[in-house]
Write a new protein. Structure first.
Length: 170
C-alpha cells in the first residue's frame, strides 16, 4: 500500500527502515516532546518495527504506521490508531527535515486515507510546548478540546501539559 502527495510517498513502516527509524527515534532532542520516545536501544526499535510489520499483515489492521519518504529517503513516520470510527493520529520527522511542511503534508494524506476507510472522528495529542505539532493540528482543521497537566515525556523528568485536539468529519 502506498499513498502519494505532491512531494512525499507514504508506505508501510517496517524493518526495511530500521536504521533511519532508529536514528530519529533514539535521538533525545528529536523526541523531546514525545510520550513513548526516545527508544533506549536498537532492540526497542526492532520490536516496534516488527509489531508494525505484523499489523500490516492483518486483513483489517487496528493501526497503520507509514514511513514518510522524500525522494526515496526515509524522513519520518505518520500513524493512525483506529478504534471504531475514531483514529488517533501521530507524526514524527527526523529533525533535519523540520520546518518544511512535510509533517503536515503526510498527516493530511493520512487523515484522508482514514476518512476513506470510514473514520469520522480524529484526535491528536501533543505537549503544550510543541508549537509545531499544535500548528499542524490546527492546519488539519482540528480544534483544541482539552489541556491538562501531568504529561510526562519519556525524554524529560519534568511534567508538562497535554493538549488534545479533535476533528469530526461528515
Amino acid at each position: 500500500m502506498r499513498l502519494s502527495t505532491s512531494r512525499l510517498t507514504l508506505e508501510p513502516l517496517g524493518m526495511d527502515y530500521f536504521e533511519s527509524t532508529h536514528h530519529y527515534s533514539s535521538d533525545a532532542e528529536n523526541c523531546r516532546y514525545m510520550f513513548r520516545l526516545p527508544h533506549d536501544d536498537e532492540e526497542e526499535t526492532r520490536l516496534f518495527l516488527q509489531q508494525c510489520e505484523e499489523e500490516w499483515k492483518k486483513p483489517q489492521p487496528s493501526f497503520y504506521e507509514f514511513a514518510v519518504l522524500l525522494d526515496g529517503i526515509h524522513i519520518g513516520a505518520v500513524s493512525a490508531y483506529i478504534e471504531d470510527e475514531s483514529a488517533e493520529l501521530g507524526w514524527i520527522l527526523d529533525k533535519r527535515y523540520w520546518g518544511q511542511g512535510y509533517a503536515f503534508e503526510a498527516a493530511s494524506a493520512l487523515l484522508q486515507f482514514c476518512h476513506d476507510l470510514g473514520v469520522c472522528h480524529f484526535i491528536a495529542h501533543c505537549d503544550d510546548r510543541n508549537s509545531a505539532s499544535k500548528r499542524i493540528m490546527e492546519k488539519l482543521g482540528m480544534t483544541l478540546t482539552l489541556c491538562c497537566g501531568g504529561r510526562k515525556n519519556r525524554a524529560s523528568e519534568e511534567l508538562g501539559t497535554e493538549c488534545i485536539y479533535e476533528l469530526t468529519l461528515a
